[in-house]
Structures are given as C-alpha cells and as structure tokens.
Design a protein. Sequence first.
Length: 332
Amino acid sequence: MDIFSARPASFKDSSAGRPYHILVVDDSPLDLHFLLNGLSDNFVVTFASSAQETLCLVNQFPQPDIILLDVVMPEMDGFEICTRLKNDENTQNIPVIFVSGLDATVDKTKGFNAGAVDYITKPLELEELEARIQTHIRLKEQSQYLESMAYFDPLTRVANRRKYNEVLQREWARCIRYHHQMSMVIIDIDFFKEYNDTYGHSEGDNCLISVARLLEVTVGRPTDIFARIGGEEFVLLLPDCNAVGAVQKAEKILEILAHAQIPHENSHIENHLTVSLGVATMHPSHGHSALSLFQAADDALFSAKRDGRNQFAIAEIEGNLGITGEQARQHH
Ligand SMILES: Nc1nc2c(ncn2[C@@H]2O[C@H](COP(=O)(O)OP(=O)(O)OP(=O)(O)O)[C@@H](O)[C@H]2O)c(=O)[nH]1
C-alpha cells in the first residue's frame, strides 16, 4: 500500500487492492464455515483448527487482515494464542476478535487483557459480525496510516529523522550485542542554495524528490535505512557493514548522480547537481553513543565540502572503535 495514498472511501476498496483476508481459528469450524459463506465478497476466509496451524498461517504473506479466534481449543486456548500473537512484533498489529460461546464477564475481560480488540458471543448475527470486522479493519488502517505519516518525510516519501533515530538506536544496540560494525554515509547536496535561487523553491523541492528517488535504491538490506534528516541532507545507515562496504556505497552514490546529470548551472564546480559525502564506520560499544558515529560522519562530510565537494571523505576515528580512512582505502 502506498502510505500516502488516500484511505479507501468505501469499505469495498481494500487499500491492499484485494479482498480482506480473515483467518478463523476454531477447532470445530463447521458452524462458522456455514455462517461466513454469507459474508460479502470483500472478504476471503481461511480456517485454522489448531494453535500450531494458526502460528504458521499468520506468518505467511499476505498476512491475515483480521483474526476471529475461538477461546476453547485443545492444547493451547485462544487466550494463550492471542497473547503469543501480541508478543510477536510480526503479528502484534493484526486485530484479533474473540468469537466464543463463553459469555461470562471474566472471560470477556481475559480476552481484552490478552490484546483482543473485540469479543463476540455466539450465536452470531452475520450482519453484526461483518460490521464489527469492517470497523476493526478500518481502525487498523487508520492507525497504520497515521503511524506512517509520523515516520516519513512528506516531500520525498523517504524515512524522516525520527524514523532514522529509532532505527539508529535499535541497530546500534544490536551491533553491540553481536559485535558487528556499523557504517553511516551522510549525503549533502552541493550549492543547493544556488539551486533554489536559480530555479525557484518549487523546482528545489522537485530536485529533492529526484535525489531521494535516485539514491534510495542504494538500500541493500532490510536493516539499512535511507532517510532525509535535514533540508538538503540525507543519510544512509548501514548496520553490519564494514568500511569497505560503506566506501562502495559512497562511490555508487557519486556515480548515480554523475549519471543523472540533473542540471545546476550555478553550482560553481560542475554544470550538474553534485553531492558531498561523509563516511564513518565504527564498532559500536557500550562506552559510546550512536551519536558518535553521526558526529564522525558529519566531520568527514565537512572535510569533503572543504576539499572541493562532489566527493566523499572517510572519518578518521582514533582507537580500536573506528576504522581509519587509510585502512578503508587499503582494503579497497
Ligand atoms: N527547495 C527546498 N529547499 C530547501 C529545503 N530545505 C532546505 N532548503 C534549502 O537548502 C539550502 C541549503 O543551503 P546551505 O546550507 O547554504 O547549503 P548549500 O547551498 O547546499 O551549500 P553547501 O552545502 O556548502 O554546498 C538553503 O537555501 C535552504 O533554504 C526544502 O525542503 N526545499
């Protein structure tokens, strides 16, 4: 789903461009099978009759949009299944509705405490069930939409500084744990003030969008992130990446921009748009914050600007934390 596209005007238009997928978990699903046949064609239904089958199906793509979960099940009851789904970051956002013959308040409360969004007692009314399912899917889509708005830059649609900061903190901790290196490349457009002055602010905006589209492809792994962290400043964060890999990324970025030839007649150094880059690699450790990696890359960026722009510079980091520029060049 394009996170910036308008939300569906009516429930008929699934934002995923397909019918919504309901996973029904029930050890004796015959009654439900019969009832759910009456659902509109906005939905497709899959059945699971055990905890094991459920935990397998929820991790298959595309994941269910919603789960209808029975309480009384052999081996593992519905409360336990729900708790497991909510404790797993891959499945915690799938809304769970309990569907049960147990109508005591204590059971309903237990269901909500396990993380369910609703608890419906049997016998079921199809119309009410469908209305509740629609409401919960809509609420989930709205909260997903709001969440993505908070994490993406509205102009370029790449991750914003907030998202970058969260990923940086998380990946820094992970690299400490596994003794992996982490690299960062800060990318700053050269003479962007002149670009705006020459072509106008609106063309400047379009230019930022073009640069984002061109450079986001340098993200190679699911843990990498490309973000806009300032007006004309982007960052490529590369967990589990050594200095040689980071230098290769910086070279690739220079190559992409040289190839794109975005006109910039007042750039002072070329007749097309260029960028300067600061590259840093560290062995994350408890004694240092993730900010030290950013600081090192930023200092390197300053050197690249000072030395003439349209180039990268590698951070010189003292001690056993960092990889010196000389080492990176030799490996390369
Ligand atoms: N169009 C547009 N311009 C922006 C945006 N954010 C920042 N800028 C402009 O980017 C320019 C950055 O200027 P400087 O920091 O002087 O940097 P520069 O001109 O690129 O010079 P060097 O970095 O030294 O090569 C300023 O003119 C800002 O107004 C934006 O969202 N859209």
